[in-house]
Write a protein that binds this ligand. Structure first.
Ligand SMILES: *Cc1c(COP(=O)(O)O)cnc(C)c1O
Length: 390
């Protein structure tokens, strides 16, 4: 059966060149980078070059890069670390209502523990937070602003540069969860006044379980994992050298082809957006029409459940999502869509299709051929649809 992968916001295929670059670090350069022999030096060299590659991609220094175990770990490390290191200044943290659960659930836990007081900024109908909202929310005891770069569900790109400028002016640290942005759209930590940034390799054709954190020089971030002195005493444990080398290889390939890949995906994205709108009645595009990741399509398809669309698509070999992978296991509608003002009923019928540079026009045509009859069949069976029609 034909298979089409359109769940790239959940994770991506590891590029063959990335696998190739990683392999010697399992079989040949397997030394512990902290040891004192040639095996160690080989491994250390891979680590060192990877750090330079990541620093160059973000426009920072390699000493400002810390390798982590992925996006969730990076987010946890920043939120808990900054709250602790700056507790004398205060415990107020500003974030948005549409963050990834790695940020939201961490902050909620910190509130329960009494170590943070959090302002969750509401978003507009497109999922946007403005720099003005951030400015208004900043207080003398605000220690951190954490606003994502681009949303993983609806693809909305936040005004990060403006928010960064506000934070810098007010002397408040600014963290951005850029897991969906790095390697896909331009990110420049200096120009955008970013103090801390989270990224994860598996969202840009690198391996899972490895990520990086940018920590601006001078920002105090305590050790998250204590033990050996790896990663400048901030994240102990023998480095995941093959994973880190894979992350860097994947990122450098993304950077090299970013413009052309984005243009190509944008065409496919818009073909899919227009195609769905013109062939299926009662649909609503979620997220911003323009300030949007080049690979994201998210529709609410009224009168049916997102999960039943996913099942039918899967029967046709199409891998999609009804929101974030974490919420698709539960029956609660997406917190992102609810924050954007959708009703529970409309939020329940959401479908996310996310492409990669490996997606072909032929695959998009296949989706546009298969999806409308699926929706028609599901609606014919839906009591909601009958009621809506009356
Ligand atoms: C995927 C994702 C994460 C979590 O990253 P993991 O590497 O899976 O832990 C965090 N934030 C955003 C925006 C994501 O898309």
């Amino acid at each position: 059966m034909r298979r089409v992968y359109l769940d790239n916001a959940a994770t991506t295929m590891v590029r063959p060149e990335v696998v190739e670059a990683m392999l010697p670090y399992f079989s040949e350069f397997y030394g512990n980078p902290s040891s004192l022999h040639s095996y160690a030096r080989d491994a250390y060299r891979g680590l060192d070059e990877a750090r330079k590659t990541v620093a160059e991609a973000l426009n920072c220094r390699s000493e400002e890069i810390i390798f982590t175990g992925g996006g969730s770990e990076g987010d946890n490390m920043v939120l808990r670390g900054i709250a602790h290191a700056y507790r004398k200044k205060g415990r107020h943290i500003i974030t948005s209502a549409v963050e990834h659960h790695a940020v939201l659930h961490t902050l909620q836990a910190m509130e329960r523990e009494g170590i943070a007081e959090v302002s969750y900024l509401p978003v507009d109908e497109y999922g946007l937070v403005t720099a003005g909202q951030v400015l208004e929310a900043i207080r003398p005891d605000t220690v951190l602003v954490s606003i994502m770069f681009a949303n993983n569900e609806v693809g909305t790109i936040m005004p990060v540069e403006e928010i960064g400028a506000v934070c810098r002016e007010k002397g408040v640290l600014f963290h951005t969860d850029a897991v969906q942005a790095v390697g896909h759209i331009p990110v420049d930590v200096q120009r955008m006044n970013i103090d801390l940034l989270t990224l994860a390799a598996h969202k840009f054709h690198g391996p899972k379980g490895v990520g990086a954190l940018y920590v601006k020089k001078g920002v105090r971030l305590p050790a998250f994992i204590v033990g050996g002195g790896q990663e400048r005493n901030k994240r102990a444990g023998t480095e995941n050298v093959p994973g880190i080398v894979g992350l860097a290889k994947a990122l450098s390939l993304q950077m090299e082809h970013m413009e052309e890949n984005a243009q190509r995906m944008l065409c496919l994205r818009d073909k899919l957006i227009v195609g769905i709108k013109s062939s299926i009645p009662d649909v609503k595009l979620n997220g911003h029409p323009k300030l949007r990741l080049p690979n994201n399509v998210n529709y609410s398809i009224r009168f049916i459940e997102g999960e039943s669309i996913l099942l039918m698509l899967d029967l046709n070999g199409i891998a999609a999502s009804s929101g974030s992978a974490c919420t698709s296991g539960s029956l609660d509608p997406s917190h992102v869509l609810l924050s954007m003002g959708l009703t529970h009923e409309v939020a329940h019928g959401s479908l996310r299709l996310t492409m990669s540079e490996f997606t072909t026009e032929d695959e998009i045509d296949y989706v546009l051929e298969v999806l409308p009859p699926i929706i028609q069949r599901l609606r014919d069976m839906s009591p909601l649809y009958k009621k809506g029609e009356e």
